[in-house]
Write a protein that binds this ligand. Structure first.
Ligand code: 6CM
Length: 246
């Protein structure tokens, strides 16, 4: 078969050595480990998590949290997607080449640093939401395999070449984790026709400055389900007819 996708670009099954010698490594390792461990933890029985969107296998929960009047609601989503692997999901989420194709809140994206095959630093600006100021973010992104899970963790950082709050944008702070696990019926060989990938997506955004709580919550309520549905169907379309990468 013809391989249209370069195999070496898929998330590596082990941590890239170039990452472990980078100054950000201790933070990247600690936060990724914490996020991945927490990702699949239940929301059902815990107090404070409210279900705000449900469609097919997708369930989205939030916990209302305000600090000095600013909305910092942690969000957690669970979903199940057929026909694509955890590794493929993470490949499309991590690799900047595809980002404009599924990320609808994005205005610009700049690669600030290519640390290794599994870690990068990005600067992004987002579409302005009236009546708030436009936001930007600077964050590292790391993809890894952890046991039976593939996951991408994004977390805000700083860089002297990209100072916060100097132009039109207010810098927001983000911690995001997309964790994925693939299963197939016992005793069967995994194929596009028999695999299911369980997804846990967690996001906490600190808007970094004043934004009206009602507007922000309305935007999140509309945009997060839109993002997860669009991203997962995008990956299914991209993988259709390509050899399965586990
Ligand atoms: O996780 C998502 N995307 C990743 C790749 O871009 C990355 C992005 C994180 C930034 C999340 C910021 C969300 C805020 C979007 C609206 C703009 C806020 C303006 C506030 C002022 C009123 O992890 C998917 C993110 C999906 C977001 C709906």
């Amino acid at each position: 078969s013809v391989h249209t996708r370069d195999e070496v670009e898929l998330p590596p099954p082990a941590i890239d050595n170039r990452l472990t010698v980078h100054p950000l490594w201790p933070e990247i390792d600690r936060i990724s480990t914490e996020q991945i461990q927490a990702a699949f933890e239940g929301v059902g029985g815990e107090i404070g998590w409210q279900l705000f969107a449900e469609e097919g296998d997708m369930r989205m929960y939030r916990r209302e949290m305000e600090v000095d009047g600013m909305v910092m609601d942690p969000l957690k989503a669970m979903h199940k997607v057929r026909g694509v692997s955890a590794r493929e999901m993470c490949h499309y989420f991590f690799n900047p080449r595809y980002r404009y194709e599924w990320e609808t809140t994005l205005e610009t994206m700049t690669i600030v640093e290519e640390i290794s095959s599994d870690a990068m630093v990005f600067h992004q600006t987002f579409k302005r939401i009236w009546p708030a100021s436009q936001r930007d973010a600077l964050f590292w992104s790391h993809v890894r395999a952890d046991g039976d899970t593939y996951a991408v963790t994004n977390h805000s950082t700083t860089n002297n070449d990209y100072p916060a709050n100097t132009g039109a944008c207010i810098r927001l702070f983000v911690t995001v984790c997309l964790a994925c696990r693939t299963s197939c019926p016992a005793g069967e060989r995994p194929t596009r026709d028999n695999i299911t990938t369980s997804i846990a997506y967690c996001s906490t955004v600190n808007p970094g400055g004043w934004a009206p709580a009602g507007v922000l919550r309305a935007v999140y309520k509309r945009e997060y389900p839109k993002f997860l549905k669009r991203f997962t169907s995008y990956v299914q379309e991209q993988c259709h007819g390509k050899p399965l990468a586990m």
